[in-house]
Design a protein around this ligand. Structure first.
Ligand code: ZN
Length: 289
């Protein structure tokens, strides 16, 4: 029973008990929009130390957040989108935006998280299992950008403003630091493996991550962010069978999320956010339909 129906029932009950018609006029609840555009932004590492197509300075990142606030946009979690699609009475803000970070860099915890708290903005971070808490590449010990720990992931998740999700356990490899028969730079089938082996590998990778999420974050990973955005029909089908409710790519564009249409949660497109993206350009992206 929704609120409006409850009020009408109460009003009717009142008229029975007093014998006096007691009609109170209540405004109809606002209709729930059945589809909402959710422009989705892709950040990675935040730093002043160097610049590439996947980094942004702390100053520009804060400017982006300020632009989002000043223009009336509301950042939402992946879970908010899932709820909107699956729950009849769930709403999304008319001017929604989805902020995402890939890879789980320590700078997300040290720089982005305090800024997001300061502005009370929500964001989503997809982590690479083998890199959690590490500043050296697995096996070879080659130095890499530091990543936050599981304790820090839990702290962010418990704040309610950050959603932690899955960016593979070990299918985001650096080819030049790997050896062996199978080098997986992304989560799609390799040309030198059978479909059967691939399906098993993807399922195992997901289940390894699921165990980490269950043990430390006390939840299932329900969203999968494709390394380098690479996906196929086969990978999509496997994830759907595993119960993944949303997949994220790097394809450029906006997303129309539709109530009652789970398909609108798959292959989510994103705008790459880096030092090349001014606040004016960000605003332009947010307005594209
Ligand atoms: Zn990545």
């Amino acid at each position: 029973m929704n609120l409006h129906t409850m009020i009408m029932c109460f009003s009717l009950m009142l008229s029975f008990t007093t014998g006096v018609p007691h009609i109170v006029e209540f405004p109809e609840p606002e209709p729930i929009p059945q589809e909402v555009y959710v422009p989705t932004l892709m950040y990675h590492h935040i730093t002043n130390d160097f610049s590439n197509g996947a980094t942004i300075t702390p100053e520009l990142f804060e400017e982006h957040m300020q632009t989002i606030v000043d223009n009336g946009y509301t950042p939402i979690l992946f879970d908010d989108m899932i709820d909107f699609v699956h729950k009849k009475y769930s709403r999304l803000p008319e001017k929604s935006v989805c902020i995402t970070f890939d890879d789980g860099y320590l700078s997300n915890y040290e720089i982005a998280y305090p800024l997001l708290e300061k502005y009370n903005l929500k964001a989503n971070i997809s982590i690479i299992g083998h890199a959690i808490g590490e500043n050296q590449y697995k096996d070879t010990g080659y130095p890499m950008i530091p990543h936050f720990t599981l304790e820090q992931a839990k702290e962010m998740q418990d704040s309610g403003i950050i959603q932690i999700e899955n960016h593979t356990y070990d299918m985001h490899q650096e080819a030049w630091l790997e050896s062996g028969e199978y080098i997986r730079e992304n989560a799609v089938k390799l040309s030198n493996e059978t479909e059967e082996n691939y399906v098993t590998a993807l399922q195992n990778d997901y289940n390894t991550m699921k165990n980490i999420f269950n043990d430390y974050l006390k939840k299932d990973p329900l969203v999968f962010t494709y390394p380098h955005g690479k996906c196929t029909e086969l990978s999509e089908n496997i994830f759907k069978e595993l119960g993944v409710q949303m997949t994220i790519t790097t394809q450029h564009g906006n997303n129309l999320i539709q109530k009652g249409n789970p398909e609108s949660l798959y292959k989510i497109k994103r705008y790459n956010m880096c030092n090349e993206v001014s606040s004016e350009m960000l605003l332009k992206y947010l307005k594209i339909k």
